[in-house]
Design a protein. Sequence first.
Length: 151
Amino acid sequence: MLKWMLASVLALSTMVAQAAVDIQPDTLYPKVEFDTSMGKVVVELDRTRAPLTVDNFLTYVVKGDYDNTIFHRVIADFVVQGGGLTSEFEELPSLDPIVNESGNGLSNAMGTIAMARDNDPHSATRQFYFNVGDNKNLNPSKRRWGYAVFG
């Protein structure tokens, strides 16, 4: 029974991931539009540099998991973070963490979108942030992991 349940969960996860890949499959740079209380924001994602991160993000998009979430962390000249909390500040469930793709050559420059994470470099799940300043300190170095920019 447990083996069958595990196989079902894996199959479901694979189907959801396939749906993410099916968003604008003819382009390496899919676009996603956010409709916020401050207006619309369109982001262009980069499958060539951050394929795992883009597929993870698009999986949440396809499932509608970003609908009615809030930007709960807004720090002037730094970041605007969201994607994980309801308007009542309740944490939403997440898929498994993804591998950190911060060494992909993309920089945490103003206007980019990147994955939020905990101290563990491979702990990013659903939360993301927009860089509202040039945040080179969030890029990887020879001594530490950075935060993965994906669009």
